[in-house]
Design a protein around this ligand. Structure first.
Ligand code: AGP
Length: 600
């Protein structure tokens, strides 16, 4: 989703901006742009609805050495206004000397636009962000850029990470409110970015803006803060840099990331496994005891939370609730609640906003995220990283599995630490979890063999039902989401027992019904009800099922005790990918979606 980079250097800034924008590409975007000070102190703006590389070619066609040493860049994911060059950032004021980029949403943009038009301002785009350029222009007369941005932001309602520069004075100012922004200084120059990853190669440490901060970026930065905050935030060490993984033998990142799941599971069990049965993993987090757990997240991370919540309550009796982060307003949190916030990116605006609302009270927050240095990691009282490694495909696959295993280890360890799970039993469960890499590998193999024919046979189907019971239902939910986001077909999941209460009406001859068949009691009845109506049952289960991904285990119910048939998710990931490819969809970049959802 939207990303920002801004900088001042002693050499032309454009190459830095372009490289930073490339590092932000994984988040997903539909247009890109930069503005740099031109040789004659004009703001030169280049924007494109193509890729960063395309913009780079256009910059190289210009005379780079003659371009200025100060500038801003942006990747946009459309919220207000269509995807077009005129709506791409940066945006200018009326004079063309100011340029701004913005992440977030200006909620009172319509009123401000009307006011500004009344004052004679002309707008060049449909986006909410442009009001900021004109507000700063209004406030600029006689004021420094820092003061003008302060005054402009006073008029805003909503969320913003902003970078504003004046091509005639070479002032660069950034500001933040409920949208992440960091600044960093080094021998390469002075930088700001919405994600430290964008500028990581050139800096050793960085500072994070708090809500309301406005900062002038140069060799001696001026930092304006809210009352009560120290003059400048602490310096943080730059996190280790991840190199963009290459595809090697895989056709796409999703395929690679599905395949990596056994390795990820093995890594998590090596890192966390030994600290579970003695309760040390939990104790090391320094969090208070809890009586109940609230799982918070969106999309796939929420699905992981739902699966974790179910296994927590079914196995230990500790109550839980799951909160859709964007619906936090309806939540009520009791005393002694632990909030487990799940997010692979750690930058999801809905999650961050839920945590900054007062609706969760003073409950301690444990972040389970793939990016420990993310905004969520910084906000939480404790963090456990999922160790899935970089995930490029927009559809979460290995990070879901990592959240599941990491969350399970944390929960088991916490139960031992609070004396409600016998350490010997916990050690047995860890032993079971150590089998996860093998189970996942077998599920991948079985799915790769069985799924292509199923994808072919169901390619005409307009929609899919996903069913399961107990833990199987929770995994079916994730299967339905995966299929929806990748194939653009509707897919809904239900507990199988709900069939007769409504969704059975959808089943006609050939309707694909994917069942997570862990041999839960009464599931056979549900399956026969679908079959009796001509539905095409795709059974993910043991030997003899349509996709025999759950292997051949002795237990009556297939799956690891505690966790259930979690490896069924692999079969549904493979199904979603295969069907998407059959339908000619881009499996790494599904339409309209972004990897990091930084607006709410
Ligand atoms: C997952 O496949 C989706 N792309 C999406 O639902 C995602 O899980 C959701 O946006 C939450 O993202 P997060 O884990 O980074 O918070």
């Amino acid at each position: 989703m939207c990303g920002i980079i801004a900088g001042v250097s002693s050499t032309p800034i454009a190459p830095y901006l372009l490289e930073g924008l490339e590092r932000l590409e994984y988040r997903g975007y539909d247009s890109v742009g930069i503005a740099v000070a031109g040789g004659s102190h004009l703001v030169m703006r280049l924007r494109s609805t193509k890729r960063v590389k395309d913009l780079g070619r256009r910059v190289r066609d210009l005379d780079v050495p003659r371009l200025g040493t100060i500038g801003i860049g942006h990747t946009r994911w459309a919220t207000h206004g269509e995807v077009s060059t005129r709506n791409a950032h940066p945006h200018n004021d009326c004079t063309g000397r100011l340029a701004i980029v913005h992440n977030g949403v200006i909620e009172n943009a319509a009123e401000l636009r009307e006011l500004l038009v009344g004052l004679g301002h002309g707008f060049g785009s449909d986006v909410d962000s442009e009001v900021v350029a004109h507000l700063v222009e209004e406030a600029r007369a006689g004021s420094s850029l820092l003061d003008a941005v302060r005054e402009a932001t006073d008029a805003l309602v909503g969320s913003w990470a902003l970078a504003v520069f004046d091509g005639t004075t070479d002032e660069l100012v950034v500001a933040s409110h409920q949208s992440p922004l960091v600044v960093a200084h080094s021998v390469h120059g002075h930088f700001a970015a919405s994600d430290i990853g964008a500028i990581a190669p050139w800096v050793e440490d960085f500072q994070v803006l708090e809500d309301g901060d406005v900062v002038e970026i140069n060799a001696s930065p001026r930092w304006h803060r809210r009352e009560g905050l120290p003059p400048e935030p602490e310096l943080r060490a730059r996190p280790p840099m991840h190199v963009q993984p290459s595809l090697v033998v895989h056709a796409d990142y999703m395929s690679k990331e599905i395949e990596e799941q056994p390795e990820v599971a093995a890594r998590i069990m090596t890192e966390l496994g030994p600290r579970v049965a003695d309760g040390e993993l939990w104790r090391s987090l320094g969090l208070p005891d809890f009586a109940r757990v609230t799982f918070l997240g969106c999309g796939t991370s929420l699905n992981a939370g739902r699966a974790l919540g179910q296994l927590l309550t079914r196995n230990s009796g500790v109550p839980h609730q799951c909160i859709v982060a964007s619906e936090v307003a309806t939540a009520s949190v009791e005393d002694k609640t632990l909030v487990m916030a799940l997010s692979q990116s750690g930058e999801t605006a809905d999650v961050l906003r839920a945590l900054s609302s007062n609706l969760l009270g003073s409950a301690p927050v444990l972040a389970v995220t793939n990016v420990g240095h993310s905004a969520l990691g910084r906000r939480a009282d404790a963090v456990v990283e999922c160790s899935a490694g970089p995930e490029i495909g927009v559809a979460a696959t290995k990070t879901y599995m990592a959240q599941l295993l990491t969350g399970t280890c944390i929960i088991l360890s916490a139960l031992v630490a609070r004396g409600t799970l016998d350490p010997v039993r916990a050690a047995q469960l860890v032993g079971d979890l150590q089998r996860a890499p093998d189970l996942l590998a077998q599920a991948i193999g079985a799915s790769r063999r069985a799924v292509p024919a199923i994808a072919e046979a169901t390619s005409e189907a307009p929609g899919f039902l996903f069913l399961g019971r107990g833990a199987g239902w929770r995994f079916a939910e994730e299967g339905a989401l995966k299929l929806t986001e990748l194939t653009y077909r509707w897919a809904v999941s239900y507990p199988a027992g709900e069939l007769k209460h409504g969704p059975l009406a959808l089943v006609e001859r050939g309707t694909p019904v994917v069942v997570v068949d862990d041999q839960a009691r009464r599931l056979a009845v549900d399956i026969s009800e679908v079959a009796a109506r001509g539905g095409r049952v795709v059974r993910i289960g043991g030997p003899g099922s349509t996709i025999p991904a759950l292997g051949n285990r002795e237990a009556t119910v297939l799956g690891i005790p505690w966790c259930g048939p979690f490896e069924s998710v692999v079969a549904m990931q493979v199904l979603a990918r295969e069907l998407a490819l059959t339908l000619g969809c881009d499996v790494d970049k599904p339409r309209n979606l972004a990897k990091s959802v930084t607006v709410h």
